[in-house]
Design a protein around this ligand. Structure first.
Ligand code: NDP
Length: 364
């Protein structure tokens, strides 16, 4: 790794994040109110992620078509980009930590009723819940460079394979298509993010920042390294099996999240053709939510396993992501249920009788 590579990677990375930030600020988009905060306020969010996603792909396609640049530079300068992303995450976290601690209301919140939390913990979990720069919410914004960056990283592997072999293998096509659908779906339903735990309850510190700018683009794409030189044809039956696994995952993930979202927005919403059925008017038991309590998590795992399986059995490394996510989501499902049991009391027990498993029938 040379100084030139590091300099190039810095320009590329900062230019990319800055362009998306500017786009988020100036491009038009629907404004939606987020979930109610503790003080009852609801913050406005401009949702133009889909436009930025489409524009980025347009720029990339034109650049490749007219040979102005190639996505393969992401592959060539991978290690430099990784270093720059880490330094960037650290710097933004420090800035936010300092800015947050200077705010009197945050200071009061962190000191009231208990000893002031350790600096390290503030740095790790963050101080402010919803920091904004130039009117752009940083927590919501950061999903854009994170996920669009992941998409570019994934596509870079296809660009490198094409340069080396003159074609793109079946496995690589599946890898590209799976990620593209997952990411396009995220941006199409970007508003759904406003109601997730991360946006509602997590402060914005190093943990989330590093996750957004380093873990997601650099680690989630890891299967690509194992696909670049795997160019032998993929057996049709395997291809069909992978597509089916992905589709099942997609239907569960998108379907369950969409049903809950629609119900929360409008308790009279129709689910699978009938008015939403509830327990006590508070817990949805129609659709996927009447079958299992966390089928959205199960669906997400199917998606990630389908992506890893495109690599076959060449290494355990591509499976580290779905395995890690399995641990994370199983743990999160337990924590979330604990919270729901406290919030809904006996109604939650009734719900558990109705939808008898969390993620996997007869297992969990
Ligand atoms: P959920 O979308 O499952 O939301 C859980 C909350 O929904 C509960 O706390 C409760 O909150 C409400 N709820 C649960 N059951 C019901 C019901 N039957 N009826 C009505 N409300 C109910 O979890 P997350 O926010 O954790 O996840 C959102 C998505 O993000 C998931 O699809 C998950 O897979 C994905 N995710 C992805 C990760 C990744 O790295 N790829 C990491 C983490 C999550 P309340 O009633 O208080 O509103």
């Amino acid at each position: 790794m040379t100084h030139t590579s590091l300099l190039f990677a810095s320009v590329l990375f900062l230019g990319f994040v800055a362009a998306l930030f500017l786009g988020s600020k100036v491009l038009p988009g629907r404004v939606r109110l987020g979930a109610a905060l503790a003080d009852g306020n609801r913050l406005p969010y401009k949702l133009n992620g889909l436009m930025l996603f489409v524009l980025t792909w347009l720029v990339v396609a034109l650049g490749e078509r007219f040979q102005l640049f190639s996505l393969s530079v992401i592959y060539t300068h991978f290690w430099s980009l990784l270093i720059v992303a880490n330094v960037f995450s650290l710097a933004v976290s420090l800035l936010l930590w300092r800015a947050g601690r200077r705010q009197p209301d945050v200071e009061a919140a962190t000191t009231s009723g208990r000893r002031r939390p350790a600096r390290l913990r503030d740095f790790w979990y963050g101080v402010e819940l919803n920091p904004r720069w130039f009117g752009v919410d940083l927590k919501m914004f950061s999903y854009r460079p994170s996920l669009i960056g992941l998409g570019l990283m994934v596509a870079a592997f296809a660009a490198v394979q094409y340069q080396r072999y003159g074609f793109i293998s079946g496995r690589m096509w599946l890898f590209q298509a799976f990620w593209f659908l997952y990411l396009a779906n995220y941006f199409q339903f970007e508003h759904g993010m406003l109601y997730t735990w991360d946006i509602i309850a997590e402060r914005f510190g190093f943990m989330l920042i590093w996750g957004d700018y380093v873990v997601v683009p650099f680690f989630y794409s890891v299967a690509g390294w194992y696909l670049v030189d795997q160019v032998e044809p993929l057996p049709v039956a395997v291809g069909v099996g992978l597509v089916l696994l992905f589709l099942i995952g997609f239907i569960l993930f998108r379907g369950a999240n969409g049903q809950k979202h629609r119900y929360k927005m409008n308790p009279q919403a129709h689910i699978w053709g009938k008015p939403a059925e509830t327990l006590g008017g508070r817990l949805l038991v129609s659709g996927f939510w009447g079958i299992g309590r966390k089928l959205n998590y199960t669906g997400e795992l199917c998606l990630y396993f389908a992506i890893a399986l495109t690599t076959g059995w060449v290494s355990i490394v591509p499976y580290l992501l779905p395995l890690w996510l399995t641990g994370l989501l199983v743990h999160r499902a337990g924590r979330d249920e604990q919270r729901c049991r406290e919030k809904y009391g006996s109604l939650w027990n009734e719900y558990c009788q109705r939808a008898r498993f969390r993620m996997f029938p007869y297992i969990y």
